[in-house]
Write a protein that binds this ligand. Sequence first.
Ligand code: ADP
Ligand code: ZN
Length: 217
Amino acid sequence: MLKNIILMGPPGAGKGTLAKQLKVAHHLVHISTGDMFREAIKAETPLGKLAQSYIAKGHLVPDDVTIGIVRDRLSQEDCANGFLLDGFPRTLVQAEALDKLAVEIHRPIDVVVNLDCDEKELIRRISGRRVCKNCGTPYHINTMKSKIEGICDVCGGPLFQRPDDNEEALKVRLGHYNHDTKPLLDYYKAKGLLVNFNSLVGSEDLFDEVSLFLKSK
Ligand code: ADP
Ligand code: ZN
């Protein structure tokens, strides 16, 4: 089974949803840089204050800061049994830093799972997205409703709309994806690590397909 995994794809492709399913099914550590930043913002730490100024506008948090938090997390003991990197790397500088780090800590990347999705659908998903304030589980107001409106199925926490899920910030985020992150697909393709999945099939089918693939190797 492939266990050291990078999840890639544009905002709204379903990385977070898939990561939460894979984490439970295969006992992997979920490392979401977006979640880590949102926790720091909630706790009002210096990192949170810095991150917020970028995230609110849809910009990327600077590489040195982002690489630092991933380095700390990935070096921890619990990542020895496998990890899912969700939302990292997003730039070539981050990808190169991860390569070095992976060698240093003897945790080589096994596979890059890329989720394909067209832009129209991304906009539909993100504009209807609601997220649990406590545990980060994502929902959609039409297609992935919680059982009770406004309440998280997993933990009972309140659902809210992320402040960066507005039209203006989303345009900036898609711009960064196309300009900074998409080139990484060629980078990982050249290393023979890239596998593409169509995320339009829906979250259950996508989970089955990716799970089967990871287990088959
Ligand atoms: P999504 O994939 O829906 O855009 P994330 O939760 O992964 O959302 O990230 C939210 C925001 O956090 C990003 O728009 C960016 O500002 C910041 N961020 C997350 N990961 C990174 C990263 N690897 N490098 C720089 N900024 C990041
Ligand atoms: Zn919750």
